[in-house]
Design a protein. Structure first.
Length: 723
């Protein structure tokens, strides 16, 4: 019976811990433009709080008598009730021109720090209490760690599959608070068992040996790599896809599942087989990095998640195989937690500052290859060590020669070049796969050599990385067009021909939907949410006021620099660029100020969902002049947003139209036009003017059951379009 209560308490504690993570990140997302970095930054806090919990658990079990431990821990859990139910304080706003990372960490510490600390300490403390009972499994309580991680997995998957689709954020918070009260009762029962147990702390045998620092360093490294990989996979999957909790939790769920499987009393996965197959998965996962190719999300999802799971199983399997006796249990968890925190800090705090592009994912893959058991278990001869360093050097030089050959032959970046680099990569790396050090150095040489290959980006002129992603300014191979990329998505194109320098291109051409909107002769001030390269500035009439609202300061710098783009300087030098989230900045604009409000904000290829909610629409209508139009750019490879916008328009009593301009002739593509899809809303149909009589603009069709999105409810998973 005691084991059942301990297992239930640890399961509930872990489930609540990992249920609150995506819930709180979802609360923060609207304040930060839907950036995928929100989740990674939150993960840094969660890992740091987990470390604090493990540190508290280790210190309390080392320095406090068991009865004192029980009183202190129950008091800590009860004290956390003071900050429940969880909510983001009203009026909270991130800094407009600085990185919001520290702001996020401070806000999380104040809002959920205490309950998170109490929950994170539950696993090691309860295991320690159980190890001091007279139960038959008390000497090896690590099976409870698997139970805890199973609870984590259930809580994590329960959020996107059950809570988010059905409950608003306020109801989610109340549900979580009720679960927390239940946990308090379960922990009190476990405390009662521990208090009454005949065993005492002093009667449990303790070893005088301290853990060698070499072992501690290995524990840290084996925990660091899966943590970094998990965050790297999350970034890779959500760079050009909306930052939805489902894509957040899948990498974390597999990360947790690996703990469950390796710490069970009878591991279900053959460790040696995973060790042998890991190099092949690492090589496959490096394909997009080596070739600069954008693979479909379905392929990336399977490829990256398989590699993450295999690497986590190998690293965590090594941790499980080398776990210490129960007397050093809390220390073991502490060092594992340190490794996890360092992985999060590297990906979320260090990499965005040190690296101009997203290279932390391939670096973590190389480290995973290096940590395979063969790299430590086999003794190397002098000849083998020489080959370990010589082969990668030859590989790297060979790759540079291949790239030089490809470019000299005039092969454009695409299938031919990719296939050549690919084939050569596979040939060399498969020869290295049996030796961990050799394979890791070979993979590093491949990444380094192909870093000079720009793929579809063309000639890169400038790269800048911010909290909101990586922005690149590039010229095409023919030096005809200059493009702005955010992630892998084009956010603006300008012709390098001076005669066409003021011509809006990409999604904003005169023949496209937004060109029609401007040609309808809209007077008055214009507000555009999302700056891009600033192409729509060239639709402004002399003296017509224009305000851009842009959340990413790096985009503001690039679009305003005439060395890169001249739309603003040539067409609307008087335009006002307001930095910060548009929802917050627009509140300061006068009511009924704008005759036209255009929503063109994207993070990569994903639209910040908080700009499409009922509350957002109410704000836009407050700022929209009588007879004005709301225009929404809804081009997206993965989401069909038209029915959702139709439901929003119906809910607000607005008329709505949509134009799908995705069938673009090749001749227009060659002249800089890209496919796009736009929607417009107005208070009444007469405000559409000539658009209403154009057959290309059609009323938005929305089924009656489509639910209106609000700030505390959205269901991106329900509209995602898998190809």
């Amino acid at each position: 019976m005691a084991a059942l209560f301990f297992a239930a308490s640890m399961f509930a504690s872990a489930a609540l811990l990992f249920l609150v993570e995506p819930m709180v990140a979802r609360m923060l997302l609207p304040l930060l433009g839907g950036s995928p970095a929100v989740w990674n930054t939150c993960m840094v806090f969660f890992q740091a709080a987990l470390l604090a919990g493990y540190l508290y658990a280790h210190a309390s079990t080392k320095w406090l008598e068991r009865q004192t431990q029980i009183v202190v821990h129950i008091a800590l859990i009860a004290a956390a009730l003071l900050v429940l139910p969880l909510a983001i304080p009203q009026g909270t706003a991130p800094p407009a021109q600085a990185s919001p990372v520290l702001w996020i960490l401070r806000l999380l510490a104040v809002s959920i720090g205490l309950p998170f600390l109490a929950l994170s300490a539950g696993t090691p403390i309860l295991q320690n209490w159980f190890s001091q009972t007279t139960h038959g499994s008390a000497r090896d309580p690590y099976f409870l760690y698997a139970t805890s991680n199973a609870g984590s997995l259930v809580g994590l998957l329960g959020y996107p599959l059950l809570l988010e689709p059905w409950l608003r954020l306020g109801a989610q918070s109340r549900f979580w608070t009720a679960g927390y009260l239940g946990l308090l009762a379960l922990t009190a029962l476990c405390a009662l068992f521990a208090w009454r147990s005949g065993a005492s702390v002093e009667s449990v045998p303790r070893t005088a040996e301290s853990t060698p620092w070499k072992t501690r360093a290995l524990w840290i490294a084996l925990a660091f790599v899966p943590s970094s990989l998990m965050l790297g996979v999350t970034t890779a999957l959500t760079t050009d896809v909306p930052a939805i909790p489902f894509l957040w939790v899948m990498p974390l769920a597999l990360y947790l599942l690996s703990f469950v499987l390796v710490f069970t009393s009878k591991p279900v996965a053959p460790h040696a087989a995973l060790v042998r197959r890991l190099p092949f998965l690492i090589l496959l996962a490096l394909i997009p990095t080596l070739t600069k190719t954008r693979l479909p999300i379905e392929i990336l999802l399977v490829l990256y998640l398989m590699t993450l799971f295999a690497a986590a199983m190998v690293c965590h399997g090594e941790l499980a195989r080398g776990r210490p006796p129960a007397t050093r249990l809390t220390e073991f968890y502490l060092w594992i937690s340190i490794g996890g925190v360092l992985g999060g800090i590297f990906n979320s705090l260090i990499a965005p500052v040190v690296f101009r592009s997203v290279v932390e994912f391939p670096l973590a893959l190389i480290l995973a290859a290096l940590l395979r058991p063969e790299a430590r278990d086999k003794k190397d001869s002098a000849r083998t060590k020489t080959l370990d360093w010589l082969f990668p050097a030859v590989l790297g030089l060979s790759m540079l020669a291949v790239i030089a050959f490809v470019r000299r032959q005039g092969i454009k970046p695409g299938l031919s070049a990719n296939a050549l680099i690919f084939g050569y990569s596979i040939f060399w790396c498969l020869n290295f796969s049996k030796r961990s050090l050799r394979f890791a150095l070979g993979a590093a040489a491949l990444v380094l050599a192909t870093s000079t290959y720009t793929g579809s980006f063309g000639r890169i002129l400038y790269t800048e990385r911010s909290f909101f992603g990586v922005s690149r300014v590039t010229n095409d191979a023919a030096n005809e067009y200059r493009s702005l990329f955010h992630g892998g998505t084009v956010h603006g194109i300008q012709s390098l021909d001076p005669a066409r320098g003021r011509e809006p291109l990409a999604y904003y051409t005169k023949s496209g939907p937004v060109g029609q909107v401007f040609d309808s002769g809209r007077a008055g001030a214009v507000a555009i949410v999302g700056l891009g390269a600033g192409a729509m500035a060239c639709y402004m009439q002399p003296g017509q006021p224009l305000t851009y609202y842009e959340i990413d300061p790096s985009i503001g710098r690039i679009a305003s620099d005439p060395n890169y783009f001249t739309f603003l300087s040539q067409c609307a030098p008087q335009a006002n660029v307001v930095l910060g989230d548009a929802r917050l900045s627009l509140r300061n604009a006068p009511d009924h100020e704008y005759g036209l409000i255009i929503l063109d904000a994207f993070s990569g290829d994903s639209i910040p969902i908080h700009l499409l909610t009922r509350e957002a629409l109410r704000l836009y209508l407050m700022k929209l002049a009588p007879g004005g139009l709301l225009v929404f750019h809804i081009s997206n490879r993965y989401l069909d947003l038209a029915p959702t916008l139709g439901a929003q328009a119906r809910d607000a009593g607005l008329a709505s139209l949509v134009r799908d301009d995705t069938a673009v002739p090749q001749a227009e593509i060659d002249r800089g036009k890209l496919a796009s899809k736009w929607a417009v809303m107005a208070r009444q149909a007469a405000d559409f003017g000539g658009l209403a009589s154009d057959a290309r603009w059609t009323p938005i069709e929305t089924e009656a059951g489509v639910r209106v999105w609000t700030d505390d409810y959205s269901n991106l998973l329900g509209i995602i379009r898998w190809r």
